[in-house]
Design a protein around this ligand. Structure first.
Ligand SMILES: NC(=O)c1ccc[n+]([C@@H]2O[C@H](COP(=O)([O-])OP(=O)(O)OC[C@H]3O[C@@H](n4cnc5c(N)ncnc54)[C@H](OP(=O)(O)O)[C@@H]3O)[C@@H](O)[C@H]2O)c1
Length: 301
């Protein structure tokens, strides 16, 4: 892997984070080329990573045994058509990270039976904690699968799907997923402030709770339902809040939001308002129970 030349087409956010991940995992900057039209961005890439850069896509692509297509989806067809002739002659592994562009379309633009791995990373890749699903077409060899996987693993977890259609489900779940957790964080923070916490305190407690819960779930052999049951003591504060979430059918709200994402609709602001109201109500129930328990326990001799 270390010695295999990689050419990035597009040197923006995702390319930067993949390059950072590759170098942190023993990659050699001398084997990385980046095609990027913006001269300032090229300078930044050279200064920060020591990689080779250039503005000419064909010249840069010619250096790579693996070509990573890291441009915006809207211009991918132009870039693919520009590279098609060279790719047809050299037949390198093509890895696309462009959201939403299907493998048969990319193969059609390239004009041959190209070995293509289509990936769907998510934004936490920018901090090395991404979740990426990969799909390989019929022309990708086992060795090429491993190469594509090790590139994407340098910025987080990887999973393979064996049908390209599953990438739409991946997009709805982990692609858009960070925003769902941000939404819940926003709602928790807002309610924390309404209950009297200082904004910075509410923010820190929310973030560390989200981080701690995710870490616990990742490190535990148990599923989320069991972990939730374990932290929900009968008659306690958590039980009160959870019963509000369940009574008001949080899972249905999430299912509706995911369906909206799959249909590529804007998540209706109504759903956001409903979630805010639900979090408010649930935390109020837990807050009230905490006061009740304090009174009860304090009343003991
Ligand atoms: N960011 C994410 O979290 C994320 C998650 C999943 C998937 N993706 C996918 O990753 C891809 C890249 O996203 P990004 O966030 O890295 O976007 P980005 O920061 O805009 O990077 C794209 C880069 O491509 C450059 N570019 C524009 N036209 C070009 C051309 N003709 N040839 C070569 N390079 C060209 C852009 O330069 P200029 O700025 O000068 O135009 C920019 O530096 C997208 O397809 C996106 O769907 C991103």
């Amino acid at each position: 892997m270390k010695d295999i030349p990689i050419a990035f087409i597009g040197g923006g956010n995702m390319a930067r984070c993949l390059i950072g991940g590759l170098l942190a995992n023993g990659g050699d900057a001398d084997h990385i080329w980046v095609a990027e039209p913006d001269a300032g961005q090229c300078e930044l890439l050279r200064g920060r990573f020591g990689v080779h850069t250039g503005a000419n896509n064909r010249e840069i692509a010619a250096k790579g045994q693996i070509i990573i297509l890291a441009v915006k989806p809207q211009i991918l067809h132009l870039v693919a058509e520009e590279l098609a002739e060279d790719m047809q002659q050299r037949q390198p592994l093509i890895v696309s990270i462009a959201a939403g562009v299907r493998e048969p379309d990319l193969r059609r633009w390239l004009g041959y039976e190209a070995a293509i791995v289509r990936t769907m990373p998510n934004t936490p890749a920018l901090v090395g904690s991404g979740a990426t699903a990969l799909f390989a077409n019929l022309w990708v060899s086992d060795d090429q699968r491993q190469l594509a996987e090790s590139i994407m693993r340098s910025v987080g977890l990887t999973v393979w799907v064996d049908s390209e259609r599953m990438l739409d489900a991946v997009t709805a779940l982990s692609g858009s997923g960070p925003a769902y957790f941000f939404l819940l964080m926003e709602a928790l923070e807002k309610t924390g402030v309404r209950l009297g916490l200082a904004p910075e305190t509410a923010r820190l407690l929310t973030l560390q709770t989200a981080f701690g819960a995710a870490k616990m779930a990742l490190e535990s052999p148990e599923n989320a339902a069991i972990l939730r049951e374990r932290v929900t003591s009968p008659g306690g504060t958590t039980e009160r809040a959870i019963s509000v979430f369940q009574d008001e059918q949080l899972d249905r709200l999430i299912a509706r939001s995911l369906a909206a994402s799959l249909a590529i609709m804007e998540t209706p602001s109504l759903l956001t308002e409903q979630l805010d109201a639900l979090v408010d109500k649930a935390l109020d129930a837990a807050h009230h129970r905490s006061q009740e328990l304090g009174n009860l326990l304090g009343g003991q001799p």
